[in-house]
Design a protein around this ligand. Structure first.
Ligand SMILES: Nc1ncnc2c1ncn2[C@@H]1O[C@H](COP(=O)(O)OP(=O)(O)OP(=O)(O)O)[C@@H](O)[C@H]1O
Ligand SMILES: [Mg+2]
Length: 357
């Protein structure tokens, strides 16, 4: 177990492209940090620099207080789990798990003890004599986890480990990885594209954007108080509605917003169809364009008079027909305000939007 300290780390690839533009982050011993961000924002690059698979152009990475910039991957005592498992096809599950330990000269009895313990916690005891090709995708992923666990590394690095699995298996493995990480208390950095994985696995969530950190916080902090429009749009599905002040002023008669407000944000779950209530700070008359029933709820896509497209969520089946007009509104405390640079306006943020009716 170990802390990981990242100090003003940069990465410029051969050819001159700067993929990581100065990142600092302290990961505590036993913590699970999840990296999210759009494709190409540098998640894998950062993970590979921690692992030692990619050289650091400048800055410092320390594991347990020791700077590891010049250490080989094998000297860092870190285990990495990828989406493509990277198991040796000609070896059995047992041999796959034992391989790294044997190379280190570990005693056979200790290797057996570790494999037995990992196999028990991952429920793969009955698969130990099989070859990878005789396993399902989920079973292979378990073996890849097992191979990481038996090393008893200082930290686990995961790069989208579940993205090859079907939806049901992903959920199951997600829960298992969380349980395992909690029980082993091994410091972990986990990269994913999956909102649910990010929200449920992370002690802290890091949103990357173009090689820089956009925001760090607990999942709920990022969800409730996104620091920028980028984070607001990235965390949450369907994404937060972000409406420009000009469009809003055209759509909402008598709306008064503080002068530094440029964008108003409201989550689809915070917009409600309202009747004649007058006490909503923002009320939008919209025309319903499409309704998606996704099981327990529906996503209603609608357009305001000035042409802004919004989404709101309705429990169960939506009773609103395509083409119908409804009024939607949000409570004051559900409104997020951002300035012209896309930064959250604090202090007078929530509750500052007022409408004279
Ligand atoms: N070996 C390389 N040489 C040059 N550029 C690279 C190299 N590897 C990655 N890049 C570039 O660096 C940027 C970050 O890549 P990286 O793989 O870290 O993104 P990512 O966030 O993991 O994306 P994804 O979500 O698609 O996996 C991308 O623009 C990519 O094209
Ligand atoms: Mg990647």
């Amino acid at each position: 177990m170990a802390s990981i300290t990242i100090r003003d780390v940069r990465k410029t690839y051969a050819g001159g492209f700067e993929a990581i533009k100065g990142i600092s982050l302290d990961i505590a011993d036993g913590e699970m940090v999840v990296l999210v961000g759009p494709s190409g924002c540098g998640k894998s690059t950062l993970l590979r620099m921690i692992a030692g698979l990619e050289a650091i152009s400048s800055g410092e990475i320390a594991i347990d207080g020791r700077v590891v910039n010049a250490l080989e991957p094998s000297e860092r005592d870190i285990a990495m789990v990828f989406q493509n498992y990277a198991l040796y096809p000609h070896m059995t599950v047992r041999q796959n798990m034992a391989y790294g330990l044997k190379n280190r000269g570990m005693a056979a009895a200790e290797i057996e003890r570790r494999i037995a313990a990992a196999a028990a916690s991952l429920e793969i005891g009955s698969l130990l004599e099989r070859k990878p090709r005789q396993l399902s995708g989920g079973q292979r992923q378990r073996v890849a986890m097992g191979r990481a666990i038996v090393r008893e590394p200082k930290a686990f690095l995961f790069d989208e480990p579940l993205s090859n699995l079907d939806a049901k298996l992903r959920v199951q493995m997600r829960v298992e990885i969380r349980k395992l990480q909690r029980s082993l208390s091994t410091t972990s950095v986990y990269v994913t594209h999956d909102q649910m994985e990010a929200m449920t696995l992370a002690d802290r969530l890091v949103v990357l954007n173009g090689g820089k950190i956009e925001q760090v916080g607990t999942p709920i902090e990022l969800y409730e108080r996104p620091a920028t429009t980028f984070v607001a749009a990235f965390i949450g599905s369907p994404a937060m509605n972000l409406i420009g002040k000009d469009a809003l002023t055209a759509d909402v008669a008598g709306l008064s917003l503080p002068p530094d407000v440029s964008t108003l944000g409201v989550r689809p779950e915070d917009l409600k169809i309202i009747g004649s209530q007058k006490d909503y700070p923002v009320r939008l008359a919209v025309e319903v364009g499409a309704v998606e029933l996704v099981g327990a709820e529906s996503y209603v896509h609608a357009t305001t008079a000035s042409g802004v497209e919004i989404v709101f969520r309705v429990a169960g089946r939506s009773m609103t027909a395509v083409g119908s007009r409804v009024d939607v509104g949000a409570e004051t405390n559900a409104i997020h305000l951002f300035d012209a640079e896309g930064r959250r306006l604090e202090g007078h943020g929530q509750g500052a939007a007022t409408r004279e009716v």
